[in-house]
Design a protein around this ligand. Structure first.
Ligand code: C2E
Ligand code: MG
Ligand code: MG
Ligand code: MG
Length: 283
């Protein structure tokens, strides 16, 4: 009957929910301790010019060096960090590590390229992303143009006015903004026009559709035209095959990032991309 079904469902639901809650609380506690104990490291993924293959930037991606579980990727902890507001502290840690790394590379005499740092909606709610950048840049003596902020369309879900102002203030200090995972969210064209973003970083779901069927190209080429009209650059993320790269070159996409060029790497390994032009020979 409907009644016993509902009852069964209820029982299933609470056991499941209980387990989820327990996991969440455990992870939250561990995360807080891990921030104290400095268990986070940053990997860097190169971004190259679609046509020349020249290194034009890197993305900072956080990893948790867990004492028992080994290296954990953001999928295992970012959601929980966001829900618990620990993301604000973690964001400080990542920004500080990135600026310290830039300072080290600078001291080694390398010609720096900008490093983009992912920020969560939570950090924007607090309205302190600009201060976060300024503090870390000053602490390590880094010029603002070497840091970029990546954020997703979801930041516009609430408090759009606050977000607009925060983006404007990032521009004022010279920190460019990338709209990450573009195409998966719900930003209207009107909002996009009002947003002070410099780069549309197209989600890898769209990159994955390139090279196989013709339809996959339609969306991408529309984004490229729109970005041109709005004075923005386009980055394709998740580029894995030479076929995808060939299509992106033809469509005039500015920059590419993905396993075809390189996986995210520890700082000591990513330095080999400095001053390099890295694109595989096209088939
Ligand atoms: P994202 O910012 O969209 O980063 C791209 C993700 O795609 C990274 O996963 C990267 O390793 C992966 N990726 C890059 N190239 C390829 C490819 O060719 N194929 C495939 N299949 N995947 C590729 P990762 O490092 O696991 O990060 C996942 C997400 O976690 C990021 O997505 C970002 O939203 C978030 N994240 C990472 N670091 C931070 C951080 O410091 N702060 C915040 N707030 N979020 C972060
Ligand atoms: Mg990103
Ligand atoms: Mg992305
Ligand atoms: Mg993504």
């Amino acid at each position: 009957s409907a009644k016993s079904e509902a009852k069964g469902q209820h029982r299933f639901f609470s056991a499941d929910l209980y387990r989820q809650l327990q996991h969440r609380l455990d992870t939250e506690r561990e995360l807080a301790a891990a921030i104290e104990e400095d268990q986070f490291i940053v990997h860097y993924q190169p971004r190259v010019n679609t046509h020349s293959g020249e290194l034009v930037g890197m993305e900072a991606l956080v990893r948790w060096q867990h004492p028992e579980k080994g290296l954990l990727y953001p999928g295992a902890f970012i959601d929980i960090a966001e829900a618990s507001n620990l993301i604000v502290q973690l964001g400080e840690v990542v920004m500080d590590k990135v600026c310290a790394q830039l300072a080290q590379w600078q001291a080694e005499g390398r010609a720096l390229v900008p490093v983009s740092v992912n920020a969560s909606a939570r950090q924007f709610d607090e309205g302190r992303v600009k201060d976060l950048c300024i503090r870390a840049l000053r602490r390590h003596g880094i010029d603002a143009r070497y840091i970029e902020i990546e954020l997703t369309e979801s930041i516009m879900a609430n408090n759009a006015q606050q977000v607009f102002e925060e983006l404007r203030s990032l521009h004022e200090i010279g920190v460019p903004v990338h709209l990450d995972d573009f195409g998966t969210g719900y930003s209207s064209l009107a909002a996009l026009h009002k947003l002070d973003v410099d780069v549309l970083k197209v989600d890898r779901a769209f990159t994955a559709q390139l090279g196989a069927a013709q339809e996959g190209e339609v969306f991408f080429s529309a984004i490229v035209s729109m970005a041109r009209a709005l004075g923005m650059r386009v980055i394709a993320e998740g580029v894995e095959t030479p076929q995808q790269l060939a299509v992106l070159q033809r469509l005039g996409c500015d920059e590419v990032q993905g396993y075809l060029v390189s996986r995210p790497l520890p700082a000591a390994e990513v330095v080999r991309f400095y001053g390099q032009r890295t694109l595989p020979a096209l088939a």
